[in-house]
Design a binder for this molecule. Structure first.
Ligand code: G4P
Length: 531
């Protein structure tokens, strides 16, 4: 097998999706520990201790002690090269979180066993489901009182519309948590959680081992036997093709904090997940094993180092191999360039990379030429990837500059920050840029805008929150359609984005239904491919 093929086949690039506090950071940290990328627990996490999280680059992050941007962590485990795309897990997540999911080949969904499916998981799941990426579920915190496992699976199936297959099955929860039954290996992995705080020992026993009956309380042993019978009789068969199509989610139970079930999960995940997937471009499907390098930009991060006012464009490599200094074509800019100092995030540090393969993420210093969704490729095989949809913001504010003399800086700042994809800007048709409507996915993006306009452009702004919560792009062709004659509720607003696309802002889902009911030819979209 060629080096290129081996390297690419061994790559796994995935994102972890969860609601805040479900245990994403804890699991990530255990993965890094197994891979030897970090030596002690608590290194990734910056939330409550003095050390800052790996991705804490911007001053604002440090001030608030949270991570604003998504980072990429690479490590090796059992011969596999793993890229974890870390999605901000706090309430104030942003569009970057969604965009990061576009760069992943699969997703790990972490669910708190006492809470089930929560709001943020639902949103992130929707974006993964849109692309049909495989989703693996880890039901965490089994060392605490958990909800009934059947009920949890039913909730995932009903709320998210995906099938489930329990790869292992829990024996009790909380103080009565005794371990899991691994349905594929037909073994019980026992949980020896003496104090429920620290890492635990795990012992494997065959299900018909008489020792098992002796070590489990009778009632739990009987329940386990009933559960095994019920699962094999009633549940679906394991179907790997359905997993790869994003239709069936393999489910694992465990406890990340006590380190129970995380390594078996990682091992099974690596067996069941696929190497980098093929991506669609204008010239057809691009095979990851194609030796010609190709990549797309999924995130732009400004000011990673304030002293240098730098921007970094993060690219997901879709095919071939990349070598430092290689000449590439930036398709949208129509220019060839040498990518001199690509960076990669290796757990703790940013370091310069000499080579990278399909599935990897590299960060390139951006002199202001890249936009989200741009393609970069080998000039010998030009292609354009489909781009990254613009996701519907959910929070809106009217923004204008305090000092009217600073209009120029205000317009420049807003436009640049919007071009990087940190915010979306709308305006009322026929008006200029003296006051804009800013749309964001997470409230923290407003703070980032305010902070950056002040620090980088020396402009203070006045922000007035607006009551809109939903936005839809109008898909009708402009020629045979008069947007002004639409019948809308009085609190629905017509706006345009910077490219002149028309949109409607709504205060409630009811108003969206009103608009579609009263304007039969109106076509609305929740994502925009060309914004
Ligand atoms: P997040 O990144 O998804 O937001 O979650 P994170 O890993 O930060 O975990 C949230 C809290 O849940 C942390 O406690 C963490 O220790 C705890 N936790 C994670 N996994 C488990 C588990 O399997 N069992 C139990 N019992 N707890 C778990 P915290 O008190 O908020 O933070 P800390 O003081 O421990 O740092």
């Amino acid at each position: 097998m060629s080096d290129l093929k081996r390297e690419i086949e061994n790559r796994r690039t995935f994102a972890i999706i969860s609601h805040p506090d479900a245990g994403k950071t804890t699991i990530t940290e255990k993965f890094l520990l197994y891979g030897g990328a970090i030596q002690e627990a608590g290194m990734v996490k910056g939330k409550k201790n003095s050390r800052h999280a790996v991705s804490d680059w911007m001053e604002i992050e440090k001030q608030r002690g949270i991570s604003v941007t998504s980072s990429v962590l690479q490590f090796r485990y059992n011969g596999k090269c793993i890229n974890i795309l870390d999605t901000p897990g706090h309430q104030d997540f942003s569009e970057d979180t969604y965009r990061t999911l576009m760069a992943a080949d699969s997703a790990v969904m972490v669910i708190d066993a006492s809470k089930g499916v929560e709001a943020q998981t639902r949103k992130l799941f929707k974006v993964c489901a849109m692309r049909g990426v495989p989703i693996f579920t880890f039901i965490n915190k089994m060392d605490r009182e958990a909800r009934d496992p059947y009920e949890l699976l039913e909730e995932i199936e009903n709320e998210l519309g995906i099938g489930t297959y329990a790869v292992n099955w829990p024996i009790g929860s909380g103080k009565r948590f005794r371990g899991v039954y691994d349905r594929m290996d037909d073994q019980v992995i026992q949980f020896d959680g003496a104090d429920f705080k620290h890492e635990v020992k795990a012992t494997r026993l065959s299900i018909d081992d008489p020792v098992l009956e002796g070590t489990l309380p009778k009632e739990q042993y009987d329940t386990l036997c009933d559960d095994i019978e019920l699962l094999s009789g009633a549940g679906d068969d394991f179907d790997l093709a359905a997993v790869h199509a994003g239709k069936l989610s393999p489910v694992f139970f465990g406890s990340a904090l006590t380190n129970f079930g995380v390594e078996p999960f990682l091992e099974k995940f690596l067996q069941m997940s696929t190497p980098p997937s093929a991506r669609t471009a204008d010239i057809g499907v691009i095979d990851p094993f194609d030796p010609h390098f190709s990549a797309f930009v999924f995130k732009i991060q400004a000011n990673m180092n304030k002293a240098h006012r730098d921007r970094v464009a993060f690219m997901r490599i879709c095919s071939g191999k990349f070598e430092r200094g290689q000449e590439v074509l930036h398709v949208q800019g129509g220019k060839k360039m040498a990518l001199a100092a690509p960076q990669q995030m290796m757990a703790q540090d940013r370091s310069i990379v000499d080579e990278a393969y399909a599935g990897d993420i590299i960060g390139i210093f951006d002199p202001g030429v890249f936009s989200i969704g741009d393609t970069v490729c080998d000039p010998k095989k030009k292609c354009v990837f489909s781009g990254i949809p613009t996701f519907a913001p959910e929070l809106f504010a009217g923004v204008r500059q305090k000092d009217t003399l600073k209009r120029k800086q205000f317009v420049k700042g807003c436009e640049q920050i919007a071009q990087e994809g940190a915010i979306q800007i709308f305006r009322e048709p026929g008006t200029g840029m003296e006051a804009v409507i800013v749309g964001v996915v997470g409230v923290l993006q407003f703070e980032v805008l305010e902070y950056r306009l002040k620090n980088e452009y020396n402009v203070e702004i006045i922000r007035e929150n607006l009551p809109y919560e939903h936005v839809r792009w109008v898909e009708n062709d402009e020629e045979d359609f008069d947007i002004k004659s639409l019948q809308l509720t009085s609190d629905t607003k017509i706006v345009e984005d910077l490219k002149g696309n028309s949109l409607l802002l709504f205060t409630s889902p009811w108003n969206i239904t009103y608009a579609t009911d009263h304007n039969k030819n109106l076509r609305l979209a929740e994502f925009s491919e060309n914004a």
